[in-house]
Design a protein around this ligand. Sequence first.
Ligand code: PEP
Ligand code: MN
Length: 339
Amino acid sequence: MIIILKPGISKKQESSVLKEIRKRGYRPHVLRGVARTVIGAIGDELTHQSLESLAMAFPQIIESVTPIQKRYRLVSREAHSQNSTVTVGEHQIGGKKFHVMAGPCSVESEKQLMTTAEAVKAAGATILRGGAFKPRTSPYEFQGLGEKGLKLLAKARKETGLSVITELLSEQHAEMVAEYTDIIQIGARNSQNFQLLIAAAKTGKPVLLKRGLSMKIEEWLLAGEYVLSNENPSLMFCERGIRTFETYTRNTLDLSAIPIIKKESHCPIVIDPSQGAGRADLVKAMCKGAVAMGADALLIEVHPNPAEALSDGTQQVSIEIFAELMQELRPLILAAGRE
Ligand code: PEP
Ligand code: MN
């Protein structure tokens, strides 16, 4: 921590601050300038008591207290300088190969899921998405098929060979969801539900952590820390748009999160362009931007008939548009140095 003292502080006042710093387990180093004194307090900021409250304890003496260490540790690139990869079946997410996870917002029926699964596989997707437990804003909207939906996903996996990702909404379903899925999705509305994060981590399945609706990147990284610190090394971050004042889109997809997460963390970053803007007509462009900016994978909503979808109809692309998109992405994936 860096502690800056106010001008004209006496030796006696300085000593009282130094005493308190030592009491909290830090070693103080005093740098006396012409007008000001700066104290460098050496010690592990994550395990020692914080010094930030010192400014309140000594308001006449201390001007500011600035932490140096980051609040997250295991997710940080300092802890692990190489990119980490997440193993899902035979796939490695975060490695050389670029992955596309695609499928309906919600699992609605066997026919809808199987048609979509076969189509996204033929177009080059490696992972099938589909919500069985849906976090709907209104309790009167379609809530998902629950375990029946999970069973359909497992059937689609068996028949197509695709891996599966689905959302875990409640701690009480952790074991059940983990039985059917290859990746557990933690949705935007639950991204700071820490008990749910711990329950997801403890299943041992890879976890895809969406960014919350109004979540700062530091909060997102700290939420990810809950997964890694519960002995689950397989974490992916997923940017899915944040809430802003803009009304042309449902959310504002923050593509700057890609290089920021890459810089701060070793974990893969996935982009969800579907929740990202809430508009199917913008999905292609956002996917291209995400590939160019260094994302490791995409999570895209695809429906055989978006106009009749039971959830998120305006943002799901048709099977035909998805196939076109996959073709259009090819040269960009290669240009980004991926396969
Ligand atoms: C979804 O993927 O369908 C979903 C509900 O996502 P989010 O949690 O990002 O809103
Ligand atoms: Mn959706």
